[in-house]
Design a binder for this molecule. Structure first.
Ligand code: NAP
Ligand code: COA
Length: 274
């Protein structure tokens, strides 16, 4: 629960939060942080069973939950999920674009479709959700939170697809802050560092060299999903009412040390054939 104890427990009562890819990991952590502060929560993803499991966890916190199977690459499916959320929970105040795909792959081994798939999920999917939620966010004077990554501003080895997608997300975030500010809509991104217990870490980090890599990070540890949830709650709260177009880096200082330690570990993962 790190981080949200300082927020008023009823901060998001009456508000609806929609999280793409909210069925697991960091995005589920964000959904739960809002639920703990009274929000109604909608999550979408491709897998019914995953959404059902996540819904149980969110409901256990006392929140009203709505789930909808939708692939963010399909604009019509996303629009249906967003419209159905309004019918079930009321208009959306906070849209979290967190759905993403990732795998380690050397650029020379990457197929065009592999590259396109990640750009489609992360970048195009984020636009699809933002566009679909525009009318509701205009009505509520809401906020969009994009879940970015360090790859957006620094090259990481074997992440050419993710770097392109996340850098695009940062530009999308700032463009919408610029264009939709006049409607009262804010737009920000969160850049998580390595977050413990997540699919991203499972896929990208070399378990053998992780401890050494972490020892070089200024705060010397991984972050938690709750710490990313706290950042999301802050940005969506009235405390951040004058913040838009901003990137909030929540990485324990990982971005300050470059990507070299990650790159060495990633090389080892690829060599091991895992
Ligand atoms: P995760 O648990 O795999 O989360 C990704 C979610 O997106 C899953 O619930 C997945 O569910 C959903 N998803 C994937 N493709 C989708 C699609 N086409 N349409 C709709 N939903 C889709 O991974 P995570 O590690 O927590 O990552 C969450 C976010 O944090 C991502 O944006 C990632 O880039 C970012 N991030 C993670 C880390 C880290 O340390 N883990 C660091 C920096 C940034 P289904 O497969 O059921 O659809
Ligand atoms: N290395 C190289 N290429 C890969 C790959 C890997 N590990 N995994 C998938 N690809 C390529 C496939 O070969 C395919 O390209 P091709 O048609 O030229 O062969 C392309 O990517 C699409 O693969 P597919 O399995 O059809 O995609 P999908 O839409 O079913 O799944 C992924 C999307 C690949 C991103 C999948 O890993 C996923 O669903 N990820 C979600 C969870 C996740 O990544 N979480 C971490 C977030 S940080």
């Amino acid at each position: 629960m790190a981080g949200i104890e300082g927020f008023a427990p009823n901060l998001f009562v009456g508000k609806t939060v929609f999280v793409t890819g909210g069925g697991s990991g960091i995005n589920l952590g964000i959904a739960k942080s809002f639920a703990r502060l009274g929000a109604k929560v909608a999550i979408c993803g491709r897998t019914r069973e995953r959404l059902d499991g996540a819904a149980k966890e969110i409901e256990a916190l006392g929140a009203k939950v709505f789930t909808h199977v939708a692939d963010v690459r399909q604009p019509q499916a996303v629009q249906e999920a967003i419209d159905a959320t309004r019918a079930a929970l009321g208009p959306i105040h906070v849209l979290v674009c967190g759905a993403a795909g990732n795998f380690l792959c050397r650029a020379e081994d990457m197929s065009p479709n592999g590259f396109k798939t990640v750009v489609d999920i992360d970048l195009i999917g984020s636009f699809n959700a933002s566009r679909a939620a525009f009318n509701q966010l205009k009505e509520t004077k809401g906020i969009i939170l994009y879940i970015s990554a360090g790859m957006a501003y620094m090259p990481y080895a074997f992440q050419v697809h993710v770097g392109a997608a996340k850098a695009g997300i940062e530009q999308l975030m700032q463009n919408l802050a610029l264009e939709w500010g006049k409607y009262g809509i804010r737009s920000c991104s969160i850049v998580p560092g390595p977050i413990e217990g997540t699919e991203g870490m499972k896929r990208l980090a070399d378990p053998k060299s992780l401890a050494e890599r972490l020892s070089h990070i200024p705060l010397s540890r991984m972050g938690t999903v709750d710490e990313i949830g706290a950042a999301a709650v802050f940005l969506a709260s009235p405390m951040a009412a004058y913040i838009t177009g901003a990137q909030l880096i929540v990485d324990g200082g990982s971005g300050l040390i470059g990507s070299a330690f990650f790159n060495v570990g990633a090389e080892a993962v690829l060599r091991s054939g895992a």
